[in-house]
Design a protein around this ligand. Structure first.
Ligand SMILES: CC(C)(COP(=O)(O)OP(=O)(O)OC[C@H]1O[C@@H](n2cnc3c(N)ncnc32)[C@H](O)[C@@H]1OP(=O)(O)O)[C@@H](O)C(=O)NCCC(=O)NCCS
Length: 202
């Protein structure tokens, strides 16, 4: 495990966002954001169990993030504007090390935040940390995107990820084993592939 995992989860600053782990103090904001955006996210993302109570989901979200950080298998961050609005999530899951040093990345922004380049800012900052030898120290960051999720495909291409191919019946979304395009970035290419206009993570 990277030495970075001995400390607290990272706090990443971009031009317009702060990315950090959720805390108990975010409960109300998270509940309102989830309630307002569940239907927007539903077509593209694995869904919470039917009928799951929002408070229980928040508790589970906190637990998964803390557990994943503690055992080095996940880095799950929320994105806030400088005004304090919760605008998105970027989750690095399934972190494995040894010869693979790989993670599966997931992302979403709120409906209100869509179309402003905020997702690109958020995901770029996260990948930069994940492949930084002083950060996640990973070699490859992967993302799986449904072919009809045109906005997510455009985002992956725009920030400099590379399309690897089509994985058949890859993830179960709303009860269907959906084909997904696999996209990735490796540490070697990320420094040159990431748009230089984006601010560095400090
Ligand atoms: C996928 C998702 C995160 C993409 O969000 P997004 O806001 O379209 O992505 P970006 O941050 O790349 O923003 C690009 C848009 O912002 C615009 N934009 C405005 N200011 C910008 C700036 N400073 N920099 C870059 N783009 C900017 C671009 O023109 C583009 O708009 P357009 O697509 O209408 O042409 C979002 O649609 C989402 O959360 N969807 C639901 C969940 C989901 O599908 N998750 C991914 C599963 S694989």
């Amino acid at each position: 495990v990277s030495p970075a995992f001995d400390a607290a989860p990272p706090v990443l600053h971009t031009a317009r966002l702060v990315l950090r782990a959720l805390t108990e103090g975010d409960r109300h904001l998270w509940l309102v954001t989830a309630r307002d955006n569940d239907a927007f996210w539903a077509p593209f993302m694995p869904q919470p169990p039917a009928g799951a109570d929002l408070h229980a989901r928040f508790q589970d979200t906190l637990h998964r993030a803390a557990q994943g950080w503690a055992d080095g298998t996940a880095v799950r961050l929320a994105a806030f504007t400088n005004a304090g609005d919760l605008v998105g999530f970027v989750n690095a899951n399934n972190i494995v090390r040894r010869a693979f040093r790989n993670t599966d990345l997931g992302w979403a922004v709120t409906h209100a935040a869509q179309g402003q380049g905020l997702a690109g800012e958020m995901v770029t900052a996260m990948i930069t940390w994940l492949v930084d030898p002083a950060g996640g120290a990973l070699h490859r960051v992967a993302a799986a995107i449904m072919p009809r999720n045109t906005r997510s495909l455009a985002l992956a291409a725009r920030i400099g990820m590379r399309r690897e191919g089509l994985a058949l019946r890859y993830l179960e979304i709303n009860g269907v084993w959906e084909d997904h395009e696999l996209w990735a970035a490796t540490a070697e290419e990320w420094g040159t592939a990431a748009p230089r206009s984006l601010p560095a993570v400090r």
